[in-house]
Write a protein that binds this ligand. Structure first.
Ligand SMILES: C[S@@+](CC[C@H](N)C(=O)[O-])C[C@H]1O[C@@H](n2cnc3c(N)ncnc32)[C@H](O)[C@@H]1O
Length: 337
């Protein structure tokens, strides 16, 4: 099935990677015949509802019809088949390539052509034709708007146990998704803090395991997970080096370690903490498993390279003026001698 995804504007590169990782986790393939700014055209065998239920960085998902230059769009919809009898056209301008006037004009022209076969209903149409104006014009039939309000409702300040160290839920969700895990897989956060990452993994049906050196964080995580209905989490009070004795092998590690400023390292240098963390991660992660980690700078990537292969690295603005590196490492599958 060919789909058209409207990506959120913050970090389109990460949004594309997230869509790819989710399709590969839930199905048997993914290809991108057309990627254009915030519009992603892709082929997948995964149900659109499953994709929409997992993604953090997308706004809408449509059944794909065509990609073309703006001037060709009216002729491209002449043969378009819509489900039902009524329709409306909605246009999204992505990235400021076209003016509001051009957007209104194209909606009108497409509407005129389709109204030869179907009736316009702006309130409650059988089909919504979704036009994404990136550098090019992409047209599909809307399947689902992706409701992003639940991510806001899970923000740190809306949890029973709150602490400013926690990532925004949509970023926590993206990190989990980038590891390519699916329902039933075991996900560990060895610096779990208030449980924000575990919460997102648990809500997608993963088996969650978390640990932290601070007792308040462990009881806070327990409270937060319970509040949002995530059950069965294994939580341990321990230093990161002890995870290997506290948990069995895990499918993925997703974590946002302390940076030595607001998130304390208990006076240990960040370098030393990261070195021993990567050692423990490599021991407990299954071969071929992924580690998604937020690093304070590109410099810190080197600590992972002794034990892992770096697959992806994205600068991501986590707060207004703070950029972190979202890195995805893979533990190599060791070949038999
Ligand atoms: C940036 S915060 C994690 C935030 C978390 N993602 C959340 O949603 O709240 C880092 C956490 O690492 C914990 N920590 C610091 N040093 C540690 C160590 N040596 N072993 C385990 N946890 C440690 C801190 O207590 C803190 O909760």
């Amino acid at each position: 099935m060919r789909l058209l995804l409207e990506l959120s504007g913050e970090t389109p590169e990460v949004a594309r990677a997230e869509a790819r990782a989710v399709c590969l986790a839930e199905g048997n393939g993914f290809s991108e015949p057309e990627k254009n700014g915030r519009a992603l055209v892709f082929d997948t065998d995964v149900e659109p509802n499953v994709i929409a239920g997992r993604l953090a960085l997308a706004w809408s998902i449509s059944a794909y019809h065509v990609s073309c230059e703006l001037m060709d769009a009216p002729s491209m919809v002449q043969e378009m088949q819509l489900p039902g009898k009524t329709f409306r056209v909605t246009v999204r301008r992505l990235g400021g390539h076209y003016s509001p006037k051009e957007s209104a004009d194209i909606a009108g022209k497409i509407g005129d052509i389709l109204s030869r076969k179907y009736k316009v209903d702006l309130e409650n149409p059988d089909a919504e034709v979704r036009v994404l104006l990136s550098e090019r014009c992409h047209i599909g039939i809307l399947l689902r708007e992706i409701d992003r309000s639940p991510f806001e409702s899970r923000k740190s300040e809306n949890r029973p146990f709150t602490h400013p160290i926690s990532l925004h839920p949509k970023l926590a969700r993206v990190l989990v998704n980038l590891t390519g895990v699916s329902k039933g897989h075991g996900v560990l956060d060895p610096f779990c803090g208030t449980g924000g990452i575990l919460l997102e993994a648990g809500l997608m049906g993963m088996k969650v395991m978390g640990s932290d050196i601070d007792e308040r964080m462990i009881s806070g995580s327990r409270q937060n997970l319970k509040h949002f209905g995530v059950e069965g989490a294994e939580l341990r009070l321990c230093d990161v080096s002890e995870i290997t004795s506290q948990f069995k092998t895990v499918d993925a590690i997703v974590t946002d370690p302390p940076y030595g400023r607001s998130a304390s390292t208990n006076k240990e240098s960040v370098e030393s903490l990261y070195k021993r963390s990567f050692d423990s991660f490599s021991e407990i992660l299954k071969p071929g498993g992924k580690l998604a980690i937020v690093l304070p700078s590109e410099e810190h990537v080197k600590f992972g390279l002794e034990n892992f292969t770096l697959c992806e690295k994205y600068p991501v603005r986590v707060h207004r003026s703070l950029t972190r590196y979202f890195c995805i490492f893979e533990k190599s599958i060791q070949k038999l001698p």
